[in-house]
Design a protein around this ligand. Structure first.
Ligand SMILES: *Cc1c(COP(=O)(O)O)cnc(C)c1O
Length: 377
């Protein structure tokens, strides 16, 4: 059986967990947490990275830092994970969904301006599959209207847009280290803070509303409750596990990209003959092979292909049911303009097995199985 995903494992992961335990400090912000944050800061160039318990929690922190309030509106694609919306709905915001571009499945930047009202506060681009949204356009619109930009870069670690790391182009960027992502600590994430002025407030929110971070730096002689907050720090044991992967991030990234290329070459002729569509990477975008997807003709063909692959021991997966069609999406959001592509394209999209450690033979088996399907239909 070829699974759809295997969580990434680095050889030193368990050893580093033991080291964290031996150091006698397994709560948040220990040695490995600091090393992970430093790695993110170096790798991306962000002024400040804070490790969090999830990307969902990084998004919640961003919503608090943008001071989103009841009645505010937040613009995002409907084709995304629930957490993108949840973080802002929790603050009482209304979600305004914008259609995706069929080529990248990212929010269509040309439709953002029309979705803005006097209540709009934040734009949330989601970099689907680690392929960047059109950030120059989105940032220009945000600047012209005085809006925050929060990048959902859950899938975007090690990917870039015109040389800039995903997660560093908005006011805040959010990474995920969930087991389904390219680098993982089981559950975890990071908040990248683009505006220096927000760093201290972010540290306070993450530390239960206390100035504990300042205390540890020796800037105050005891720590106290100074604002609202919550607990968004992961255990240093989890950070240790992640750090082992970050140390070999290039190797993991290159291995994933190699498999992505195998799929892309192996299926190119099928796409050329018009049977399927393959992912599109816009110029200036360096992606991270977070996923490999194809697009079938329509929903029923996708269902038949999933069954065909399953019979051959290959697990595949479709992705988001558009949020605006879900019960909570109807309650908390509305669609701006017409749903030309979100529903239609999401129903055609099928993700093939992709993980660190999948072999060339396994990828070849997947390619053969897809070809075999299209010989019979
Ligand atoms: C995985 C993911 C999230 C949530 O990440 P967690 O770390 O599981 O909270 C949010 N947004 C997108 C686009 C994701 O892919």
């Amino acid at each position: 059986m070829i699974p759809f995903n295997r969580p990434p494992v680095a050889d030193k992961g368990l050893e580093y967990i033991k080291t964290a335990v031996a150091m006698g400090k397994i709560c948040g912000d220990g040695t490995f947490t600091k090393q992970c944050s430093a790695w993110i800061e170096q790798q991306t160039g962000t002024p400040k990275a804070l490790l969090t318990t999830s990307c969902t929690h990084a998004l919640e922190m961003a919503a608090l830092l943008c001071d989103v309030k009841a009645g505010d509106e937040v613009i995002m694609p409907s084709y995304t994970f629930v957490s993108t919306a949840d973080a802002f709905v929790q603050r009482g915001a209304t979600i305004v969904f914008v259609d995706v571009r069929p080529d990248t499945m990212n929010m269509d930047e040309r439709l953002v301006e029309a979705a803005i009202s006097s209540k709009t506060r934040v734009i949330v681009p989601v970099h689907y599959a680690g392929v960047s949204c059109e950030m120059d356009t989105i940032n220009a619109i945000a600047a012209a209207h005085g809006l925050y930009v929060v990048e959902d870069a859950a899938q975007g670690v090690m990917a870039s847009y015109k040389g800039k790391a995903l997660g560093t182009m908005g006011d805040f960027g959010c990474f995920s280290f969930h087991e389904t992502k390219n680098y993982s600590m089981g559950e975890g994430g990071a908040l990248l803070i683009g505006r220096e002025a927000a760093i201290e407030k972010a540290e306070i929110i993450r530390e239960k509303g206390t100035d504990r971070s300042r205390f540890f730096r020796g800037q105050v002689d005891k720590y106290t409750w100074v604002d609202y907050g919550s607990s968004y720090l992961p255990s240093d044991m989890n950070a240790a596990y992640l750090y082992a992967q970050l140390e070999i991030a290039d190797e993991i990234n290159n291995a994933r990209l190699a498999v992505w290329e195998l799929y892309n070459k192996g299926l190119a002729e099928l796409a050329a003959s018009g049977r399927i569509e393959l992912p599109y990477i816009p110029e200036g975008c360096a992606h991270n092979a977070h996923m490999y997807y194809i697009k079938t003709k329509e929903l029923s063909e996708r269902g038949a292909l999933i069954a065909h692959l399953k019979e051959r021991g290959i697990a595949s997966a479709f992705h988001y049911i558009p949020l605006h069609s879900a019960p909570a999406g109807k309650r908390f959001g509305r669609f701006s303009g017409e749903d030309r592509y979100t529903t239609k394209e999401s129903e055609r999209l099928l993700r093939l097995p992709m993980y660190y450690g999948i072999t060339e033979d396994e990828a070849a088996r997947v390619i053969d199985a897809v070809w075999e399907f299209y010989k019979t239909v």
